[in-house]
Write a new protein. Structure first.
Length: 395
C-alpha cells in the first residue's frame, strides 16, 4: 500500500479520523476492518481523485459504509453508474467465457437469484427473504428470474392442511451446521438465507471482487450486517495449520445452496412440463463446481486470507471427508471471533455499503421482522482469477 495509507494508523490514534480528497472524511470503526465515509454524494459522478481515495480506503478497511445522512438516495441507474465507475477504475472486465455469459453492463448477473426487471445485475434482497413484515415489499418491485421461488410458494399453498387431530410436528429442514439459514432459522424473525458467515458466489470460477449494497427500505432498528476480516482470521491460525491450509484447494458448488431450482424442475416435470428441467440442466452445465484455494492471496494487496466458508464450500479436496469437515469447522469458526468483526448499522435509507468479497465474510442479521421490512439492492462487480497463497492461479 502507499506510504500515506501506512501512516493512517498513526493519524487514527491521534484524531480518530482521516481526511481524504474532495472534503471526504473517513471514520474507522475498528482498528482492523470497517469504516464510515462522510462527505460523498453518490447521486453525482465521482471525480478521479474521489475514486482513488475511496479505493485506498476500501483496500485498507475492506468494508465501507458511505453515509447519506438522509440527504440523498441513489436510484437504480445511479447505483449502476457508481458500480461501473468503480469497475472501470479497478480495471475489471468480462475476460472469460463464463463472465461474458454472465454480465450486464459489465456487472455480475446472479443466475440463481431474482433480479430487478430490465436490470439483471441488480438482486433485490427482499425478493427471497420472508417472515415478519417482509410481505409488505412483495409487490413494490418487479423482478425476473423468480420462477423457482414462485413455484415453491405455490407448492406450499397446495399442501393440504393437517387435520385437527394430527398432533405430529411438521418436519424440520435439515441444514449443514452454519450453512445458509441453518444456524438460527427457527428463532430469527426473518427467514433469511444469508444469516451465516459467507462470501458471495463462490460457485463462479472467478467470484465477484466486491459488492455495492444500496439501502432502499430499512427498519427503524435491526437488520445490521456483520463483516469478518478473513485476513486477520488467517493470521490468527496456528502456524502449523497455516502451513497445511496454504497447500489445499476446495470445491465450491451452487447446487446445495440453491436446491430450489432442481426441486422446481422436478415439480414441473411431474406435471408434464419438461422445459424447466432443460433450463436447469443448462445451468448445471454452465456453472459447474469451481475449484478455489483454501487460503487466497488478495490480487491487489497480496494479503493472505481464509477463503473457505460454510456457504458454498462443498468439500476440501484430496483429504478424507472427516478431515475436510474438521478443517472446515476450524477455519470457518474464525469468522465468529469479535476481534475480527465489524457490525455495520444501516441508519438512513440511501446509505451504501461496499465490501471486499475477496477477503471478508458477512452475516445478515435477521432480527428485524417484527420491526419493519428491509430491502437492499445488491450489485456485484466482476471477479478476477483467484490466487493461492503462493501467487498461483487456481480459480
Amino acid at each position: 500500500m502507499p506510504e500515506e495509507i501506512q501512516q493512517w494508523d498513526e493519524q487514527i490514534a491521534h484524531t480518530g479520523q482521516i481526511s481524504l480528497a474532495d472534503g471526504v472524511t473517513l471514520l474507522p470503526l475498528t482498528p482492523l476492518i470497517g469504516a464510515e465515509v462522510h462527505g460523498l454524494n453518490l447521486t453525482k459522478p465521482l471525480s478521479s481523485a474521489s475514486l482513488t481515495a475511496l479505493t485506498d480506503a476500501f483496500l485498507r478497511y475492506k468494508v465501507l459504509m458511505i453515509r447519506s445522512g438522509g440527504q440523498w438516495k441513489m436510484d437504480v441507474d445511479e447505483h449502476t453508474g457508481l458500480c461501473k465507475d468503480l469497475s472501470n477504475h479497478w480495471g475489471l472486465s468480462a475476460d472469460t467465457e463464463q463472465k461474458e455469459m454472465n454480465n450486464s453492463e459489465g456487472l455480475t448477473v446472479h443466475p440463481f437469484l431474482p433480479w430487478l426487471r430490465h436490470y439483471p445485475h441488480v438482486w433485490v434482497t427482499s425478493s427471497v427473504a420472508s417472515g415478519g413484515q417482509q410481505y409488505q415489499l412483495r409487490s413494490s418491485e418487479d423482478v425476473e428470474n423468480y420462477e423457482p421461488f414462485a413455484g415453491q410458494k405455490e407448492a406450499r399453498k397446495r399442501k393440504p392442511p393437517r387435520s385437527a387431530g394430527d398432533n405430529s410436528k411438521a418436519p424440520v429442514p435439515q441444514y449443514r451446521p452454519g450453512s445458509f439459514g441453518g444456524a438460527a432459522l427457527n428463532q430469527d424473525t426473518v427467514n433469511n438465507g444469508a444469516n451465516a458467515f459467507h462470501f458471495d458466489d463462490g460457485f463462479f470460477h472467478h467470484p465477484p471482487s466486491a459488492v455495492v449494497l444500496n439501502s432502499v427500505v430499512l427498519p427503524k432498528v435491526g437488520g445490521d450486517t456483520i463483516f469478518a476480516d478473513m485476513g486477520a482470521a488467517y493470521r490468527g491460525l496456528h502456524p502449523d495449520l497455516q502451513k497445511k491450509a496454504k497447500s489445499l484447494t476446495q470445491t465450491m458448488d451452487w447446487r446445495h445452496v440453491f436446491p430450489v431450482w432442481e426441486i422446481e424442475a422436478e415439480r414441473r416435470a411431474s406435471e408434464g412440463d419438461e422445459s424447466f428441467r432443460d433450463h436447469v440442466e443448462q445451468l448445471i452445465e454452465d456453472y459447474p463446481p469451481s475449484r478455489q484455494p483454501v487460503i487466497r492471496q488478495h490480487p491487489v494487496t497480496g494479503e493472505l486470507s481464509i477463503y473457505t466458508n460454510l456457504g458454498f464450500t462443498r468439500e476440501i479436496d484430496d483429504v478424507s471427508k472427516e478431515e475436510s469437515d474438521q478443517l472446515m469447522a476450524t477455519l470457518c469458526r474464525m469468522a465468529e471471533r469479535p476481534e475480527y468483526q465489524v457490525r455495520m448499522r444501516w441508519l438512513n435509507e440511501g446509505d451504501v455499503c461496499i465490501y471486499d468479497n475477496r477477503i471478508t465474510n458477512h452475516y445478515a442479521v435477521a432480527d428485524y421482522g417484527h420491526v419493519g421490512p428491509r430491502s437492499l439492492h445488491h450489485i456485484a462487480l466482476l471477479g478476477e482469477p483467484t490466487l493461492n497463497a503462493y501467487g498461483e492461479v487456481v480459480g
